[in-house]
Design a protein around this ligand. Structure first.
Ligand code: AGP
Length: 610
C-alpha cells in the first residue's frame, strides 16, 4: 500500500521518478506526486488518479533538480484527492515528504503541533511528519538531528523520504515497519519501497532496517541507527531482470502471469526435486532434526495465500501426519493461539510485506515459536523476521489479483509436506516415485488447459450483467472454490461466494435461482460422488451449472450448462489444475464488463496496513 521512490543523480529526476512510480503502481493508484528542489525552490507536483495523470501535469509544469522523491497512494487516512496526495509539506514550504505506512498517534501529534501554530491542510496522518520535523528543527537548526528526534515520536509503521531546500542534492529517509531499500547505481542512488522500481539503473541493493535513518546523494548513502551512530553496510548484487517487469506481449499482467504458470512450475520442480527424488530447500535454515520433532503447525496468511494455506493443511496432515491449523492472519494474532515449544508457525505471503501476516509472525515469536515463512520476495520484511524462509520462486507478480503465486504456494506446500513425511519415514519409496512422476507432468497439463482458454473466453460473454456467482468445491477443492470467488470479485466486481459443497445445503442454497451461475469443482477424486449429489441439489433448484471436471467424465457434463475439462491427475494435484480455468474466467469476465484487471478499484497488491 503506497509506493515511495527517491533519486539522487544526474538524470532527469522527474523521468526517473515517473518510471519508478509506474513500477510501484501495483501498491496503490489513488493519487501520485513528486517533489524536487528546483533551482533552490521546493517544487511539488501531484494529481489525483493514476501516474498517467501526474505525467500529463508534468508535461505542462515540468520540474527538475539534483534529487527528488515520489509517491503513489493507496488511501488510508483521507479520501483519494489531490489535496491528500503526497508529497506533504511543512508550514514554510521548505521541505516535502512522502510516506508509506500509518502514523497511529497522528491525532495527538496534530493537536500538539496545531497548538504550537502549525497549519494543516490535509486529512492525512502523514502531514504530521514534516510539521514535527519542522518543529524539532527550530530547536537545533540541524535538520539531521531534527529527523532523528522526530522519528522517536512516531508510533505505527513508516518509511519516508524527504527533500529540503537547504540540501538540494540530498534525500533524507527513515524506516520503521514499512519496506525501504537503497539502490546504488553508477554515480546515482535510489530509495524505493520495492527494488523493482529502480532496476536496471540500480545495480546493488541494501535493505534499510527498522529504526535506521539517513540520507542519500549521488555518491552514496549515509546510514544511522536510532542513537545517531553511523552504521556501516554492505550492498548485494541485484539479480532481478527488467524483462521480468514488462507485459511480454500480453494485454495485461494478470493474463501474462496466468500463462507463466507452466514454466514457473517447471523451474520450481527442477530446483526442489533432485534426480534421486530428494526434496531440497537449500535456502531454508532449519534442521531435519527440528522437523522430526514438530508436533503442530499453525499457518497464518491472508487472501489468496490463506486459500493456499488451506490446501497446505490437507497436505501436511495427509503426508506428514502433523496436526495443522490455518488462520487468517488478522484473526490469528488476536486469538491468543496456543503454541508450545514443538509448534511451527508458517507464514505464507506473496509480497512478504502483508501487515497482518507480519503481525502474526511477531505474535508467534513472542510465544517463542519457530517461524518459517513462504514468501515470493526473499528480501521482504516477513522473510527477514522469520527464523527461516522458503523462496516461492514465482518471479515478480505485478497483477493485483494473485495467480501464479497461488500455484507456486501450493506446489511448495506439497514439497514441504513431502519433505516432512520423508524426515518422518512416512512414505514408501515407490509411492514417492509415483508422486514425483505425477508432479513432473503438471506443467504440461496446465499448458493443455491454457490451450483451451478460448472456451472460457467465449463462455464469459454471457456474464456481462450477472450480479451473483457461487463457487462450490469439496476437500482439496474447497479452497479452489474460495479462490475462484475471490478472483472474480476482485477483478470483475461481481458478488461471488465460495462454499464447501456439503455445507451449501445448510443455508446458502437459498440463494439459488435460475439467474445464479454455480461453478462446481468436480474433478475425479474420492469425494466425486458427493460432489455429484451437491450438483443435483443445485440443478433441481434451477441453478445454472458451470462445471470443472476430469477428462472422460460423462456424468457431470450431462448435468451442466457449461463444462470445462481438465487432465486427469491424482486428487492432491487437482487444486493446481482446477484453479487455472477459474483464473481465466475471472479475467475474461472482467474484460467483458470493461474492468481493468491489473488495477481493480480499491485494491493494492501489498497490504501493509492492518
Ligand atoms: C489476491 O488476489 C489478493 N490481491 C490478496 O487477497 C492477497 O492474496 C493478500 O492480500 C495476501 O497478500 P500476500 O500474499 O502478499 O501476503
Amino acid at each position: 500500500m503506497c509506493g515511495i521512490v527517491a533519486y539522487a543523480g544526474p538524470k532527469s529526476v522527474h523521468s526517473v521518478l515517473l518510471v519508478g512510480l509506474t513500477r510501484l503502481e501495483y501498491r496503490g493508484y489513488d493519487s501520485a506526486g513528486i517533489a524536487t528542489i528546483d533551482k533552490g525552490e521546493l517544487e511539488v507536483r501531484k494529481e489525483k488518479g493514476k501516474i498517467k495523470e501526474l505525467e500529463d501535469l508534468l508535461k505542462l509544469y515540468p520540474i527538475e533538480g539534483p534529487a527528488g522523491i515520489g509517491h503513489t497512494r493507496w488511501a488510508t487516512h483521507g479520501q483519494p484527492s489531490k489535496g491528500n496526495a503526497h508529497p506533504h509539506t511543512d508550514c514554510k514550504n521548505r521541505m516535502a515528504l512522502v510516506h508509506n505506512g500509518i502514523i497511529e498517534n497522528h491525532h495527538i501529534l496534530r493537536n500538539e503541533l496545531t497548538a504550537k501554530g502549525h497549519l494543516f491542510h490535509t486529512d492525512t496522518d502523514t502531514e504530521v511528519i514534516p510539521h514535527l520535523i519542522e518543529e524539532e528543527w527550530k530547536k537545533t537548526g540541524d535538520l539531521k538531528e531534527a529527523i532523528r528526534t522526530s522519528v522517536v515520536r512516531l508510533e505505527g509503521r513508516y518509511s519516508f523520504c524527504l527533500v529540503h531546500d537547504e540540501f538540494p542534492d540530498t534525500v533524507f529517509f527513515a524506516r520503521d515497519g514499512s519496506p525501504l531499500v537503497f539502490g546504488q547505481g553508477a554515480g546515482e542512488t535510489f530509495l524505493a519501497s520495492d527494488i523493482l522500481a529502480v532496476i536496471p539503473q540500480a545495480k546493488e541493493q541494501f535493505i534499510i532496517e527498522n529504526g535506521q535513518w539517513g540520507w542519500i546523494n549521488k555518491d552514496g548513502m549515509h546510514l544511522f541507527d536510532a542513537d545517531g551512530t553511523e552504521v556501516t553496510f554492505e550492498t548485494t548484487k541485484i539479480t532481478m531482470q527488467v524483462s521480468e517487469l514488462d507485459k511480454g506481449g500480453y494485454e495485461h499482467f494478470m493474463l501474462k502471469e496466468i500463462y507463466e504458470q507452466p514454466d514457473m512450475l517447471r523451474r520450481i520442480i527442477e530446483r526442489r526435486m533432485d534426480e534421486k527424488g530428494k526434496i531440497r530447500f537449500d535456502e531454508m535454515e532449519m534442521s531435519n532434526d527440528f522437523f522430526g520433532r514438530v508436533g503442530r503447525i499453525l499457518v497464518t496468511s491472508a487472501g489468496t495465500s490463506w486459500h493456499a494455506g488451506m490446501v497446505g493443511k490437507i497436505y501436511l496432515e495427509r503426508f506428514a501426519r502433523v496436526a495443522t491449523e490455518v488462520d487468517i492472519s488478522s484473526e490469528f494474532r488476536y486469538r491468543n493461539p496456543i503454541a508450545e515449544g514443538d509448534t511451527l508457525v508458517m507464514a505464507i505471503s506473496q509480497s512478504g510485506e502483508t501487515a497482518d501476516t507480519l503481525a502474526g509472525v511477531h505474535e508467534a515469536k513472542a510465544k517463542f515459536c519457530r517461524v518459517l515463512s513462504l514468501v515470493n520476495r526473499t528480501e521482504s520484511t516477513i522473510a527477514h523476521e522469520s527464523d527461516a524462509h522458503i523462496d516461492l520462486m514465482a518471479g515478480p507478480e505485478i497483477g493485483v489479483a494473485s495467480t501464479k503465486a497461488y500455484t507456486a504456494q501450493i506446489m511448495h506446500l506439497l514439497f514441504f509436506s513431502l519433505m516432512m513425511s520423508g524426515v518422518r519415514w512416512l512414505t514408501e519409496k515407490e509411492d514417492r516415485e509415483e508422486m514425483f512422476q505425477e508432479i513432473r507432468m503438471i506443467p504440461a497439463k496446465i499448458e493443455a488447459i491454457l490451450e483451451k482458454a478460448d472456451e472460457i473466453k467465449e463462455m464469459a460473454k454471457q456474464f456481462k450483467t450477472t450480479k451473483d456467482f457461487v463457487f462450490l468445491g469439496r476437500h482439496f477443492n474447497h479452497p479452489t472454490a474460495l479462490e475462484g470467488a475471490l478472483k472474480l470479485k476482485e477483478v470483475s466486481y461481481i458478488h461471488a461466494s465460495g462454499y464447501a459443497g456439503g455445507e451449501f445445503k445448510h443455508g446458502p442454497i437459498a440463494l439459488i435461482t435460475d439467474e445464479v451461475p454455480v461453478v462446481c469443482l468436480a474433478p475425479k477424486t474420492e469425494i466425486y460422488e458427493k460432489m455429484v449429489s451437491n450438483i443435483e441439489e443445485v440443478r433441481s433448484r434451477k441453478g445454472k451449472i458451470l462445471s470443472i471436471v476430469t477428462e472422460g467424465d460423462e456424468t457431470v457434463p450431462a448435468m451442466s450448462d457449461f463444462c470445462f475439462t481438465i487432465p486427469n491427475c491424482p486428487d492432491y494435484l487437482t487444486p493446481i489444475l482446477s484453479v487455472i480455468p477459474l483464473q481465466l474466467l475471472a479475467y475474461y469476465v472482467a474484460l467483458e464488463r470493461g474492468c481493468e484487471p491489473d488495477q481493480p478499484r480499491n485494491l493494492a497488491k501489498s497490504v501493509t496496513v492492518e
